[in-house]
Write a new protein. Structure first.
Lengths: 159, 184
């Protein structure tokens, strides 16, 4: 899941056993209660490709925060998951690794946030590395240039 | 009588002199007040413009990589006000006068500005903002220093790391310090 790391910070004012509300703002289910996620290989070998696919849709370079959570723990939440490609500049990656959590209930979302809060890995890729990942994906032909954000593409061409 | 007259005249003279002094100092006070109020107007105006730039994009739209609107507005304001603009932005960050998310993105944008002339003003603003009360703003300042890419920031980032009470942010500051070290 792409994310904002600061939302997941442990806050001292939160009573023991509870979590802050902030992290809920980091997960945005659709109006039909679906949540977009990506399946990352155990060895993280497809991570850069997915980061490039997501970051190429932005209008400028920036850091990339994400959370990793164990697939088995997610499945224990009895969440329904469908494999469905999402529109993005890397169609192949989307077809292979994009998933939707569907018919997500409030209690499942609550359990998911708690799971990520307690055991999810919150990570960050700094902007210069995001730039290198996008450039590499462009060179390898993973990204469809016509689907990469125009302003981003122009800024990459300028530097 | 002569003595009395002399002292009376002195008294009158002293009285006049004192009144003149008072008048003179009240004129100075007025001039100082006018000048101060003029300075305050400039301060308010620069401060206000930066605040307006910081709220130019709705908070719920402030997503990573999607803040070009805020960035261009901020860049324009900072160009208009020069170094006082950077000082104002720092004051706003340290006093928490704008939304932390907006400030976090603003910090990254000032790191991205391609303007060698304001390099030191930007470095100073970012380094000082590492002491902001909000963890989100401190994080943004560190990210701005990554954008700036100067190893001059390394001692300040290391010091921020040592005093950082938020363990997750401390790790992020370590990542920033490692990046800056890699540039040496």
């Amino acid at each position: 899941l792409s994310s904002n790391k600061r939302r997941w910070d442990v806050e001292s004012w939160v009573p023991p056993g509870d979590i802050p509300a902030g992290p809920f703002g980091d997960l945005a289910p659709s109006p039909t209660s679906a949540l977009s996620i990506w399946l990352i290989d155990q060895d993280l070998s497809n991570l850069d490709r997915i980061v490039a696919a997501l970051a190429a849709g932005r209008n400028h370079l920036d850091k990339f925060d994400y959370v990793l959570v164990d697939e088995r723990a997610v499945l224990q939440l009895q969440v329904e998951i469908e494999a469905r490609a999402e529109k993005c500049p890397d169609e192949e990656a989307s077809a292979q690794w994009h998933r939707n959590m569907i018919r997500l209930t409030g209690s499942q979302l609550n359990a998911l946030v708690r799971l990520i809060y307690s055991s999810g890995l919150k990570r960050r890729i700094l902007e210069p590395d995001v730039e290198a990942i996008i450039r590499s994906a462009l060179q390898r032909g993973h990204l469809d240039r016509s689907r990469v954000n125009k302003e981003l593409l122009a800024s990459l061409a300028a530097t | 009588l002569q003595k009395f007259s002399a002292s009376f005249i002195s008294a009158i003279y002293l009285g006049v002199s004192s009144a003149l002094e008072e008048n003179r100092s009240s004129g100075s006070a007025q001039r100082i007040e006018n000048a101060t109020s003029g300075l305050l107007e400039i301060y308010k105006s620069s401060h206000q413009v930066i605040l307006e730039a910081l709220s130019s994009q709705p908070v719920d739209e402030l997503q990573d990589g999607m803040t070009a609107q805020l960035g261009s507005r901020l860049a324009r304001s900072l160009r208009d006000f020069g170094s006082s603009g950077f000082a104002d932005l720092t004051v706003i960050a340290l006093k928490g006068e704008a939304h932390p998310e907006a400030l976090s993105h603003a910090m990254r944008w000032i790191g991205r500005l391609a303007d060698p002339e304001t390099f030191h003003a930007r470095l100073l603003a970012l380094v000082r903002s590492l002491e902001a009360p909000s963890a989100t703003v401190r994080d943004g300042a560190a990210l701005g220093l990554v954008e700036l890419g100067s190893t001059d920031a390394l001692p300040a980032v290391t010091a921020a790391m040592v005093r950082e009470p938020n363990p997750a942010l401390r790790q992020d500051l370590e990542q920033v310090a490692a990046y800056l070290r890699s540039k040496t």
